[in-house]
Design a binder for this molecule. Sequence first.
Ligand code: PEP
Ligand code: MG
Length: 916
Amino acid sequence: MAKTPKYVYLFGNKKADGDGSMKPLLGGKGANLAEMARIGLPVPPGFTITTEVCTYYYQNKKTYPKVLDPQVKAGMAHIEKIMGTKFGDKTAMPLLVSVRSGARDSMPGMMDTILNLGLNDETVLALVKATNNERFAWDCYRRFVQMYGDVVMGVQKRPGEDHEPFETVIHNLKHERYHEDIEDTKLTVDDLKELVVRFKGLIKERTGKEFPQDPWKQLWGAIGAVFGSWMNDRAIVYRRKYNIPSEWGTAVNVQAMVYGNTGERSGSGVAFTRNPANGEKEFYGEFLINAQGEDVVAGIRTPEPVVQLKNHLPQAFAELENIRKILEKHFKDVQDFEFTIQDGKVFMLQTRNGKRTAFAALKFSMDMVEEKLIDWKTAIRRNPADQLDQLLAPIFDQKAEKAAKVVATGLPAGPGAASGKIYLNADRAAAAAAKGEKVLLVRNETTPEDLRGMIAAEGILTAKGGVSSHAALVARQMGKVCVCGAGALQIDYAARTVTVSGQTFKEGDYMSINGTLGNVYAGEIKTAASEIVQVLIEKSLDPKKSKTYQMFKQLMDWCSKVTRLEVRTNADTPEQTENAIAFGATGIGLCRTEHMFFEGNRIDAMREMILADNLEDRKKALAKLLPYQKEDFVGIFKALNGYPATIRFLDPPLHEFLPHEDKAQQDLAQKMGVPVEKIRNRVKELHEFNPMLGFRGCRLGIVYPEISEMQARAVFEAAAEVQKAGIKVRPEIMIPLVGFKKELDLQVEVVHRVAQEVMKEKGVKLNYLVGTMIEVPRGALTADEIAQTAQFFSFGTNDLTQTCLGMSRDDSGSFIPAYTELEIVKKNPFATIDQTGVGQLMKIAVEKGRSTRPDIKLGICGEHGGDPDSVKFCHKIGLTYVSCSPFRVPVARLAAAQAALEEEAASAAKKPAKKK
Ligand code: PEP
Ligand code: MG
């Protein structure tokens, strides 16, 4: 007989069916609740419905597997047994539960939660009797009806409504009875009872349905709502941002309620075992006395720092300090946890690896190695490669910041410097950012609905709420600068103004925030380079004086110890080359020579060359270009100081160099002493319907070999000069857009011929390679033939993506957002390699290339060379190097090291365990 599938996993009483390793099945929250129960932490009992049920739910018209019902019943019985209470009990203390979502990766605030489930008109009276606390019981009930009405029954803000409908009911009652907005904690029992009546009325009016009194009906409604929230708008936006596949699904956690709102000896909080903003080893977080967990994260009341709990409930604080240590020792990473204190007793409701800024990640990893909690290889893994460039982002110019006026201060929630035009609404912020404005999103409190605006903004500023409000967590993870709880700000959403320190700022006015200090400034402030950039690039800061730099260097040194992939750079100038080398690049992987033709007088000579209608004139113009090119290469070879340089010959369609506007054409005609008609006609002649697939790449050098000749001469003459000066040179000449071996043969012939000539003329021996870009599918598919000539391949994945997918790289912006939204593509294929399609072509080319020339050098120089996922893919298929823009070099180095470590771990897992 087939085994009944297990859909429900129990935990509680220091035992659990699952454990921390089961995140795919139990979600992050469920797996860690099980783990905490196992290690003896005080976890209220409960059960987790697996993510498989979520998948089933969506595949089967929102229904459940038949066996789920008895398993959920058994789960409830398990909780009842441990708690000694009964679900729906009308005579004694009733069991109430929370129902929460929990995906594999945490998605703070994106999905729904329901608390106090099990209350109805009768059980609330039992709760009153059992707790002897009428206010508490009715407060729980009105919260539950409100949450249930909102989340399960869908009573939400309608278009045109300014406030949540339940909040409006509360507001009206307060004004009727007290003529002002009193705090919720001041509401009397009678007020709360009246709210329950009015809430139920609101639900009936909006949905036509009654609020359900049957606790089991409530439970199934809540479970359905949590599964339903997996597909809500904000969860979808979040998943897209973090590339979480929709098929993962969420789990549902049902857990016995514990109450932080029973009085002054109770409370709720959120804490981190270390500071997730600046990485300091300090207990960090916040709590509210007499409150349920939602109050802390909702940002409505500003909570107190967790260390102050010591003054209110010293014993509970001591217990939490102890838990903090146990968590780090056990999970070996910084934890972000939720707790509730009920009448002095601490309960743990959740723990997960804390989201952190790039800076905090770096500091945690360094400190934990020192504390021997982790080893250096783990430290490499702990630094997310896609966050590393936060460390290179600008900070405020110190002088400019000192001169600026501080108009308010708040909590430093996300470090860094941000300056921008203020917007008070997420949609308007996103629209302004789409127009290219630098935007600061300013809100009373940040909520998950603001996600789009937060993504678009440079920084986020809130008037209320604490540093662990859900959206502040999100801001930090995104690496956004964030200042929270700047209470002096008076935000008027209707008038679209912010008033502070006697000054009124309108939407569109500039403000600035320092998320490291928590300062808010009037106006725009100039920014300066990050400390790492000041040390390495500007050389204006003594490396010994920068702790940040020291940590960064340690991380990069560790990376070098394990990395197999080399990291080169895409650079066209000596300055870019020097920058990349300072960041650890070991050569140039792509020098786009055409970029050298745009500066100063060069463009004139280039245009002359293009306009020439005979060989002789073309050669004359090329002769003018030669010294410029040579000079550039001399500079680059010197900057490289012995590292290799892959120099690509002319690639873009020629019309890109010509003036298209009338005035510019007239100016050029005058400069060249030719009639303007001649220029107009040539521009017309060069017009192509599809220039990216037109007369470009090696086709230029094949039709006009004199162009390649000039370029080869410039390279070799420069190489000879630099070599004579005692510096090693390693030129690697690269022919673009090759699809046929013969194309490459023709160009290589020119290169070799010129090399021989120059060597003879200069009396030097030069070592060089000639290779090709693989950037059209035919090149990849015939790589074995091409490798007969090519000494190296470099994947031009920009064009390879364009030609493999048949998507114009310059026009894809109009439809790719829809494609990612619909999950046709998981990520933008022009940013992250489409492994199944383009990646397959790459694998074929690697295999075929090596079959002809086993030691062929293989690299990548498309934009993907600086994208962590793509770097890892390049490692897997065995490339020799990746090449990316100078400021992405550290990111690529980190990703390359992580790829090597992943491979090491995978091969260790495959090896049979040693016999004892
Ligand atoms: C490429 O196509 O990936 C490439 C590096 O060349 P370019 O971007 O200059 O076309
Ligand atoms: Mg290309």
